[in-house]
Design a protein around this ligand. Structure first.
Ligand SMILES: Cc1cc2nc3c(=O)[nH]c(=O)nc-3n(C[C@H](O)[C@H](O)[C@H](O)COP(=O)(O)OP(=O)(O)OC[C@H]3O[C@@H](n4cnc5c(N)ncnc54)[C@H](O)[C@@H]3O)c2cc1C
Length: 497
């Protein structure tokens, strides 16, 4: 396979010394069917039409270029703030397609984005002028009700996973919005309504098939490649492309006691102060997610989303303690189908809107933390915004922090600050509001969840991976020394040679 560097007319004066691969490519020019792309280092790469044709022929699924039918639909991700145009989109239909795409990307040193469910908050699953490895066609879920396991393909969304498992009265920890992808959510950790009882999604992962940066397919489990298995459980997409996940399931529902208690904004301080102690005494079955919400017109409320995955009578007793503090203006908490609870907030996070999300963990909802959030939500610049204070603890915190790549297990809350806007002109104000809100919370910061923060700066990576960062760097250097998989909360490999 030939490798050439694209030299635009404005850049023909570049010397060979600054071009990748140390060769003089000044003669290379694009023809109508060649494809201009970029490398992981941001250098221009020319892919000849023969090379693109060869890649297309090696794939079972379609390869999309700009202008192809389906290209625009496929490049769009959940967060409308990212309008990027990959040079190539490989729509993989199986592990072999992924291996071919990874080998092609590696041999041309292309910038790579990996898309599972497409919900990356910082837009990591789409890239400008690189290769997008799109897994969204890989949709299978195979439940084994005897072993209580599920084999899940990397394009599966949470709603499909829950539905298939619940058909057998089973489930495992998954996120709280059913249109989120299993793949990205799991590899970053995976919090959800069942996490206090059954641990994070990664704590229920039994094995995974991973295409590593050399294009090989490896099994990762406690028995096979255990170091890789350790790293992918929390290290996100840094170590390769997962082509299938095997999960442990548990008997769940089908009816769980859950829903929303909604309070006027004026009662937020009182309720959140109560919740600060309430969550500390809660049984593992109870999960509480208080959210300060504000609409574009400035109206706001506190919504407390609750779910109890235990026996219905004790569930009602546990939630009645909260109900008694003050009568909510809306109370939908009742025995409900688990799959219904899992999708009831879907509409609050619509596709295509622009979002900026940041956040951190905190040990406790201190009065000053609550006061800061209430104050920030009253700022006109907040616009359409939310701040959530999700309860962690329980089984999540009983797993030793060095047992998986995911280290930050002890904080009781995940705080998420989210700004959203429909009008592009508002982006700067909204992002500034979210950043200032998070800056005011820094004194409570106990680390951050890699899946729920933009974490633009490499200096913040330690906050994401905590005490596991050094081992993660070792394994990144072993499995991906050229940082092919860099569009993620990136663990940079050690520089060698
Ligand atoms: C509306 C909404 C609700 C959310 N709720 C929760 C929640 O309840 N709990 C929670 O824990 N998180 C939650 N999150 C955060 C969520 O975990 C991340 O956004 C996650 O990255 C989404 O995964 P995805 O597959 O949909 O995303 P994608 O954008 O497809 O992927 C995100 C990144 O994951 C990596 N990746 C994806 N697939 C693979 C793969 N097969 N192999 C290797 N790497 C891969 C890539 O680096 C990619 O850039 C939520 C996010 C949103 C937008």
């Amino acid at each position: 396979m030939r490798r050439r560097t694209f030299v635009s007319s404005a850049a023909t004066a570049l010397t060979a010394a600054v071009l990748p691969f140390g060769r003089d490519f000044a003669a290379a020019t694009a023809t109508a069917t060649d494809v201009e792309a970029v490398s992981g280092q941001g250098k221009q790469v020319l892919l000849t039409s023969a090379e693109v044709t060869e890649l297309r022929a090696s794939l079972h699924g379609p390869l999309l270029l700009r202008g192809d039918a389906g290209y625009d639909e496929t490049r769009r991700i959940w967060n409308g703030a990212f309008d990027r145009h990959p040079a190539l989109i490989a729509r993989c239909t199986g592990a072999v397609d992924v291996m071919q795409a990874v080998q092609f990307a590696r041999s041309h040193q292309l910038l790579v984005a990996v898309r599972g469910g497409g919900h990356s908050l910082p837009g990591h699953s789409v890239c400008e002028s690189g290769l997008m490895i799109d897994l969204s066609l890989m949709k299978g879920v195979q439940v084994d009700p005897i072993r209580r396991t599920a084999l899940v393909a990397p394009g599966v969304l949470l709603g499909q996973f829950d539905r298939e498992a619940q058909a057998f009265g089973l489930a495992t920890t998954a996120g709280t919005v059913s249109h989120t992808g299993v793949a990205g959510l799991t590899l970053g950790g995976g919090f959800g309504r069942l996490a206090r009882k059954y641990g994070l999604s990664i704590d229920n992962l039994l094995s995974a098939d991973v295409v590593t940066a050399d294009g090989k397919l490896l099994k990762a489990s406690a028995q096979e490649n255990p170091d890789l298995f350790w790293a992918i459980r929390g290290g996100g997409g840094n170590f390769g492309v997962v082509t299938s996940f095997l999960f442990q399931l548990h008997p769940v529902g089908p009816l769980l006691f859950g829903g929303n208690l909604v309070y006027p904004f004026e009662n937020a301080r009182e309720i959140l102060s109560f919740v600060a102690d309430y969550v500390m005494e809660a049984p593992d079955e109870l999960w509480v997610d208080p959210v300060l919400e504000r609409d574009a017109d400035g109206s706001g409320r506190l919504l407390v989303n609750v779910c109890h995955c235990g026996e219905l009578k004790s569930a009602e007793r546990a939630i009645d303690r909260l109900r008694k503090v003050r009568r909510p203006i809306q109370d939908s908490v009742a025995p409900s189908a688990y799959v219904k609870l899992q999708s009831e907030h879907d509409d609050l996070s619509p596709h295509g809107r622009s979002y900026y999300t940041t956040g951190m963990y905190a040990h406790r909802l201190e009065p000053a933390l609550i006061a800061h959030c209430i104050e920030r939500m009253q700022e006109p610049a907040a616009g359409m915004a939310k701040i959530s204070f999700t309860q962690n603890g329980g089984a999540i915190s009983r797993v030793p922090s060095d047992q998986t790549g995911f280290a930050n297990r002890s904080p009781m809350h995940t705080l998420v600050v989210r700004a959203s806007w429909d009008n592009r002109d508002e982006a700067e104000t909204k992002i500034a509001w979210a950043r200032a809100t998070a800056a005011g919370l820094e004194r409570f910061n106990q680390g951050a969840y890699a899946n729920l923060t933009h974490a633009e700066k490499q200096s913040r990576v330690r906050l994401l991976y905590g005490s596991n960062l050094e081992r993660l760097i070792e394994l990144k250097t072993l499995y991906d020394s050229t940082n092919l998989f860099r569009l993620n909360p990136n663990i940079e490999p050690r520089k060698t040679g």
